[in-house]
Design a protein around this ligand. Structure first.
Ligand SMILES: O=C(O)CCC(=O)C(=O)O
Ligand SMILES: [Fe+2]
Length: 301
C-alpha cells in the first residue's frame, strides 16, 4: 500500500483511536475538540456536494433551521398521547438551510457517515459499544445568520435515553466570526431535563407535555456557568458532543457561508419512543423497539 493509501481512507485519515485520556476528558466535559476526521480536500469536495443540493437538486427537501417548530398533540380514544408536526407553509431556506439524511441519497455522504474511523470514534465515546448511524444534518449558516440558541439535543429526539454522540464536522473553516459552537463544559451531567427550544425565537416548547423538564438558560454566563467556545475548526476537523451538553452557536458576521456536516450516532440497544416523545420520520420502528434496521444501520460492531 502506498503511504497515502495507508493514511487516507475515503479522505478520512486513519488515525489511531482516541486515547484513554481523550475519552476521559469527553466523559468529564461532555465534548472533545478539535479532532481531524476528514482531509481538507474531502471537506472541500463535500462543500461542493452540499451546494449541489442547495442550488441544483430542487427536489431535495430542505428546511430553514430557524422556522418555528409547531407540534400537534393527539390523544386517541384510549388516552394515549402522540405528537406530530403541524402542517406548515413550505419555507424557502434563506439564512439557515438545513438538509437531512443526505447519506440516504448520496454515496459521497454515505461513505463518510459509515466510515469506520468516525464510527469507531463514536463507539469509543459511547463506552466502547456497537453504534448505529442515527442521522446526518448539513447546517448552513449563511452570511449574517443569527446565533443558534442554547439547547440540548436530546429533548428533540424520540429516544428513551440520551445515548447519542454528535460529530460536528467543519466543511468551511468554522470560526468565532462565522458561527463557532459555544458549550457549557460538564452540563451533560446536570440531572434536570431541559425543554426543546424554537431555533427561531429561543422559546421553550412542549412545556405542558414535559412537566419535569425545565427551561434552558439563554444566558448561562450570567448564571455563573462556564462557557467555552470551539475556537477555530479547519475544514475536516470536528468536535464531538454529548446529547445532554448545553450548546449554542454564535452568529455568522461574515459575508461567506459556514457549512458543517453533523453526524449523530446512537449506542446499540438505544430504545425508540417514536411519536410518543417527539415527531420523526417513519422509520419502521414501534415505541419500545431497539434502534436498528435500514434507517439506523449498524456502522460499528
Ligand atoms: O450548526 C450549528 O450552529 C448548531 C449545531 C448543533 O446544534 C448541533 O450540531 O447539535
Ligand atoms: Fe444541537
Amino acid at each position: 500500500m502506498s503511504d497515502s493509501a495507508n493514511k487516507i481512507e475515503y479522505g478520512v485519515e486513519r488515525k489511531p483511536p482516541l486515547s484513554k485520556e481523550d475519552v476521559e476528558r469527553y466523559n468529564e466535559q461532555g465534548f472533545l475538540v478539535p479532532i481531524r476526521v476528514l482531509s481538507e480536500e474531502k471537506a472541500t469536495e463535500l462543500c461542493k456536494a452540499v451546494d449541489e443540493y442547495l442550488f441544483e437538486h430542487q427536489e431535495t427537501p430542505k428546511f430553514e433551521l430557524t422556522d418555528p417548530i409547531r407540534i400537534q398533540r393527539n390523544v386517541d380514544s384510549a388516552g394515549k398521547i402522540t405528537f406530530e408536526y403541524e402542517e406548515g407553509e413550505n419555507s424557502k431556506p434563506t439564512t439557515f438551510p438545513f438538509l437531512f439524511n443526505l447519506w440516504k441519497r448520496d454515496k459521497r455522504f454515505e461513505e463518510i457517515a459509515k466510515n469506520s474511523v468516525i464510527a469507531g470514534m463514536a463507539s469509543q465515546l459511547l463506552g466502547d459499544i456497537p453504534v448505529h448511524l442515527m442521522e446526518d444534518n448539513v447546517i448552513v449558516k449563511n452570511p449574517y445568520a443569527k446565533s443558534v440558541p442554547w439547547h440540548q439535543d436530546y429533548p428533540y429526539w424520540p429516544l428513551a435515553t440520551p445515548t447519542v454522540v454528535t460529530i460536528f464536522i467543519a466543511l468551511d473553516p468554522v470560526t468565532p466570526e462565522n458561527g463557532t459552537m459555544l458549550v457549557v463544559p460538564g452540563s451533560h451531567k446536570r440531572t434536570e431535563e431541559t425543554l426543546p427550544v424554537g431555533f427561531g425565537d429561543d422559546k421553550s416548547i412542549m412545556k405542558q407535555d414535559r412537566p419535569n423538564a425545565v427551561e434552558i438558560s439563554q444566558n448561562p454566563l450570567q448564571e455563573g456557568l462556564p462557557v467555552v467556545d470551539y475556537g477555530k475548526l479547519d475544514p475536516g476537523q470536528c468536535g464531538a458532543h454529548h446529547a445532554l451538553l448545553w450548546h449554542a452557536s454564535v452568529p455568522n458576521l461574515t459575508s461567506r457561508p459556514r457549512r458543517v456536516l453533523v453526524l449523530r450516532y446512537a449506542a446499540h440497544g438505544t430504545v425508540w419512543l417514536g411519536n410518543e416523545r417527539f415527531p420523526y420520520d417513519e422509520v419502521g420502528l414501534k415505541p419500545g423497539d431497539k434502534i436498528g434496521g435500514e434507517h439506523f444501520p449498524l456502522v460499528q460492531t
